[in-house]
Write a new protein. Structure first.
Ligand SMILES: NC(=O)c1ccc[n+]([C@@H]2O[C@H](COP(=O)([O-])OP(=O)(O)OC[C@H]3O[C@@H](n4cnc5c(N)ncnc54)[C@H](OP(=O)(O)O)[C@@H]3O)[C@@H](O)[C@H]2O)c1
Length: 300
């Protein structure tokens, strides 16, 4: 099965690329901004036809939540217009499509985990651009396709909260971290494993939305404290409120995702966030931790 991974130099893309070796039935075509411009419909369509692509996993995204406030057009191009291109190509050529979205499509006013059918109401520009991408796909409605919303993604690759905390802990005696935003950290490796298991099993008349996050819940403060504990760093984590943390960007106070649908339909067992975090931090602390992304197995 030929699988196109877009945004393959990002956190999730690199986890998929690494795991690809364990799933020999897939021939992965790993692309990035410079090897495939998904903003260009014709270029993307030609690529898919030339390489006889059976499934697309769209990991490409504009993910800088702060900058998206000033660069909405750029965020909209990648998170909405390019997604629309992929949806149209998937529908026209009957290709499976897995698109990634975010918990930030919700406003965070819920007190119980969000399910796929709950009302969306993004609070920031990033969330708005991602929701526009979702809506475009729902309108095109390609069959054998899915939108997977995830939350608080981290990995041993790329830039993320875990790596920032580990770096800061070596430079500072204490770090102030928000305690009044609740969610679930998600290890990109677990999500990538789930995606590779799911691809052959997708059969749907139209596009479906699913939620995937590691099990359990925590605040950013709990998350940072757990990172320090696992890494055996003495740096003190100090709790602060969202109001005390000076930022122009609004984020949901509560964005826990209900993952029952994906677990049941695809028979997935999702690890708890703390066990997943331990695996990632120990890998990062290992002398064998990757300095550079792995080279692609096949495809580009
Ligand atoms: N990170 C999170 O906390 C989080 C939370 C919830 C949901 N998600 C969603 O999960 C998915 C994966 O996120 P991630 O953390 O792996 O993202 P990431 O590390 O930021 O990777 C995104 C990749 O997309 C690439 N990209 C940007 N514009 C592109 C374009 N026009 N064509 C091709 N590639 C392009 C980026 O390249 P450059 O770096 O060169 O721009 C980057 O390599 C995204 O859909 C994201 O919205 C992420």
């Amino acid at each position: 099965m030929n699988v196109l991974i877009t945004g393959a130099n990002g956190q999730l893309g690199l986890e998929l690329k690494t795991l690809g070796n364990k799933f020999p039935k897939f021939n992965l075509f790993c692309t990035n901004k410079s090897t495939l411009n998904i903003l260009n419909f014709e270029e993307a369509e030609q690529y898919v036809l030339k390489n006889k692509i059976d499934a697309i996993v769209n990991c490409a995204a504009y993910t800088d939540v702060n900058k998206a406030e000033e660069e909405f057009e750029l965020a909209d191009e990648v998170n909405h217009l390019a997604v629309k291109n992929l949806g149209l190509i998937a529908k026209k050529h009957n290709i499976k499509l897995i698109h990634l979205s975010t918990d930030y499509v919700f406003d965070g006013n819920s007190k119980i985990p969000y399910s796929e059918t709950d009302k969306t109401n993004p609070k920031n520009a990033y969330g708005i651009s991602k929701l526009k991408g979702e809506k475009a796909l729902l309108e095109i409605n390609p069959k054998n396709s899915m939108i997977i919303r995830t939350s608080w993604l981290y990995s041993e690759f790329g830039n993320n909260f875990v790596k920032s905390m580990l770096k800061l802990s070596k430079e500072r005696e204490s770090i102030s971290v928000i305690y009044d935003q609740i969610g679930s950290p998600t290890y990109a490796k677990d999500l990538a494993t789930a995606i590779l298991k799911i691809i052959p099993e997708i059969t749907s008349e139209g596009i479906q939305i699913y939620h995937y996050a590691n099990k359990g819940q925590c605040s950013w403060f709990d998350f940072a404290s757990a990172i320090m504990k696992i890494a055996q760093q003495n740096c003190i984590i100090l709790p602060i409120t969202s109001a005390e943390f000076k930022t122009k960007v609004k984020r949901p106070k509560y964005s826990l995702l209900n993952t029952e649908k994906i677990e049941k339909e695809f028979n997935l067992k999702i690890p708890n966030w703390s066990a997943a975090l331990k695996e990632c931090v120990l890998k990062l602390k290992s002398p064998l931790a990757p300095e550079k992304p792995p080279s692609p197995r096949r495809g580009n």
